[in-house]
Write a protein that binds this ligand. Structure first.
Ligand code: ADP
Length: 485
């Protein structure tokens, strides 16, 4: 049994903006099921404190450099037995708005301070300086928000092993150089070998440089980020640390995403009995004022509306899809220009395109269960969860062959269809022509009902549960402990 402190800036269902929230909400529980002693540390955002249920103060910390006081509130991650610690520091976390962005969608101007504080709390617990008896064997930090954790631990004589997981290398936590002093970091860390990144202070480099072991969320992304095309300027460092970099696919949280018992969908189904899916399609069309036509191929997309996700390509492909009698349902939020363009597409094609701007967990489940196909033409995708949910829900994913999408979707070729291994449509290139060619292939297959049915079923039968991934993380923790000996 290993003792693991899992540190993240979001975890479903307390707080979630994307895939990291899904992972941090599921992996700790899967590790616990595997027999490990896991504690989850999160910021005490207002909403998280409200949703957490009964909480008890376990300790009070006074943290450098400004003697900031944080209360550590202990509860259980709802829906699990995982102990969760919320770092309650009202000045940093008790406010309206999101975990990273203010109500107007701009990054909180004190994000560096807010997340350095979280890392300070993590390091204090890890080093036995928090006034609690429990100490971890491994501290597992995730993404830039928690990446200073190993930095704050690095000089301790006795410290736990550290693992840092990159969920998206494009988000690095870059701040003005003056923050170095304000965060109480020594000048000696100001160098390109350490936290400096082209004249800015880089949080993510703290994790990449000072952790004992690194991982990212798919084997293909682990290779891609060592190349200039995907490395976001950090490929050199990642090549340098390649022998410490693992790629472990995310899993699906079965208690949240299972079409046979998902409480957020009206009609349940599984791969042996699909009619419920068609009832959900009807309901999805009705809910979104789409023509209630069972034969119209219905494509869904649930996504942050950012360039990474290839939303511009989808917008360009709309005229082609409309010629093909397809329907589209979008759920997402993000950049205003994409939101406006999607709304205008909806006005242009009433009854054929439905757009819902915002973050809506229930609507995401209804789209996964009711759509025939799922669009994910990402320019890069560390792992991607929606294609996994789509496979599970018999919603054939159409993906660009990058990162985790390449690792999880088997393209429907003559050979893979024949062998029964095909699960979706995967294409190369980031042009609209490439996407349109993929859509054309998908729609042709859709017209062949028996072939389509086989494609759906073989996707639904794939196992992407957390069990296997959690086992791999446990192996990684053991490896890092061994290497330190
Ligand atoms: P990323 O982490 O890059 O946003 P992932 O595919 O890994 O992409 O994970 C996205 C997660 O966030 C999925 O669980 C997806 O359903 C959810 N999600 C994204 N946008 C929305 C939205 N507007 N409403 C509800 N859920 C969303």
């Amino acid at each position: 049994m290993l003792r693991i402190l899992f540190v993240a800036s979001e975890a479903h269902p307390l707080i979630k903006t994307g895939g990291l929230g899904d992972v941090a909400g599921a992996l700790p529980a899967a590790l616990q099921t595997g027999g490990h002693d896991v504690r989850l540390l999160l910021p005490g955002y207002r909403g998280a404190l409200e949703r957490a249920g009964r909480l008890e103060e376990v300790t009070r910390l006074t943290l450098p450099p400004a003697a900031t006081v944080a209360r550590l509130m202990e509860g259980r991650l709802p829906g699990s037995q995982v102990p969760v610690w919320l770092a309650d520091c009202p000045a940093a976390y008790d406010r309206d708005g999101g975990p990273y962005l203010d109500p107007l969608g701009h990054p909180w101007e004190d994000n560096a301070v807010r997340f350095a504080l979280l890392a300070r709390v993590a390091a204090a617990i890890a080093l036995g300086q928090a006034g609690i008896a429990w100490r971890p064997d491994v501290v597992h930090a995730n993404d830039w928000q928690t990446a200073l954790t190993p930095v704050f631990m690095k000089d301790a004589a006795q410290r736990p092993a550290s693992v840092f997981t990159v969920h998206n290398l494009a988000y690095q936590g870059l701040f003005d150089r003056t923050l170095l002093g304000r965060l109480g970091l020594p000048e000696s860390l100001w160098s390109p070998e350490s936290l400096e990144f082209h004249g800015q202070l880089s949080f993510i480099k703290g994790g990449l440089v000072y952790s004992d072991m690194l991982s990212t969320v798919s084997p293909t992304y682990a290779r891609e980020i060592r190349t200039p095309d995907f490395g976001c300027g950090l490929d050199g460092l990642l090549r340098h640390r390649a022998d410490r970099l693992a790629g472990i696919l995310n899993g699906i949280d079965d208690s949240e995403w299972d079409p046979a018992r998902d409480p957020r969908i009206a009609h349940h189904y599984d791969c042996g009995h699909i009619p419920g899916k068609y009832a959900n399609k009807r309901a999805l069309q009705a809910e979104n004022s789409l023509e209630e036509n069972p034969r119209a191929p219905l494509l869904g997309m649930v996504s942050r509306l950012v360039r990474q996700k290839g939303i511009d390509l989808v917008l360009e492909a709309i005229p082609h899809l409309m010629q093909e009698r397809a329907q589209l349902v979008f759920l997402g939020s993000g950049e205003r220009s994409y939101e406006d363009a999607l709304r205008s597409a909806q006005r242009r094609y009433p009854g054929r395109i439905a757009v819902r701007i915002g973050f809506d967990e229930g609507a995401a489940h209804r789209i996964e269960s009711g759509a025939d196909m799922f669009l994910m033409p990402s320019r890069f995708e560390p792992c991607g969860l929606n294609q996994l949910y789509s496979l599970r829900y018999g919603t054939v994913p159409i993906v660009r062959r990058v990162g985790g999408l390449a690792d999880t979707v088997v393209d429907a070729t003559a050979a893979s269809l024949q062998a029964g291994t095909a699960t979706g449509i995967a294409f190369d290139g980031d042009s609209v022509e490439a996407l349109v060619a993929a859509l054309t292939r998908a729609l042709a297959l859709y017209a062949d009902a028996p072939a389509w049915h086989r494609l759906m079923v073989s996707g639904m039968q794939r196992d992407f549960s957390w069990r296997e991934s959690a086992r791999r993380y446990a192996d990684l923790y053991r490896e890092v402990l061994q290497r330190r000996e």
